[in-house]
Ligand binder design. Sequence first.
Ligand code: BGC
Length: 269
Amino acid sequence: MQALGIDIGGSGVKGAIVDLERGTLLSERIRYDTPAESYPDAVAPLVAQIVADCAWRGPVGITFPGIVYHGVVQTAANVDKRWTNVDAVKLFERATGCPVRVLNDADAAGVAEMTFGAGRNQTGVTIMLTFGTGIGSAVFLDGKLLPNTEFGHLPIRGKDAEHRAAARIRKEENLSWEQWAERVNEFLAAMEFFFSPDVFIVGGGVSKKYDKFMHFLKTRARIVPAQLLNEAGIIGAAMYVADLSTAQSQGAAHGDADWVAAVAPDDAE
Ligand code: BGC
């Protein structure tokens, strides 16, 4: 079973065909720079281009770096504000001619990690945090996602956590790994107080450099780096669109519960 996954980020729009049994990429990972003005009609053609580059006809799962409530974008902290209230499913279905489902970027990365990466077989409460341009969060109970949590915006010392502790801030403020990790620790302590998680998964660009700061992190919960690195969003998006239970409940809301069966290519069934 396969699906196309596309990950929309502040700096790049990336996509590939995903093998859903193995959680691996079946095609080359295609990447286009996110346009400086990242408004919907500037990003939609890039999504369509990736579908065309992959010669794909079938379900497309797409991530977005903001709250996506039943396919409609609610917030756009790190991309163009014109995304707010846009029906992203409609926009991308029109642009690609394919059936589309859209979910939050950190949720997608978490979904992939829980099945194929650092969260495999993890029970209890798992919190995936992605540190990049912002901070994304995904919360799981026994592997099941609670969608659209936004803990990057938890106030710490009067500021959104992501404005103090995103990976981008470390670079912009020229913080040492230790200084940055202290800020991350304050954020993790707040998360532990509110949720008592069993495991934190640290994802986003910094997960590649985990050895530079892991020894500074202090948590009661087990804390582990993400494993799927920059493929997590693509894989999670593809899983989300192909998940029949998810697709059916969302499809029902769109008045079309049979859409996957109706449009999936033969080899994707
Ligand atoms: C957004 C989240 C997103 C995170 C990572 C935050 O600013 O509000 O929705 O998951 O950045 O991109």
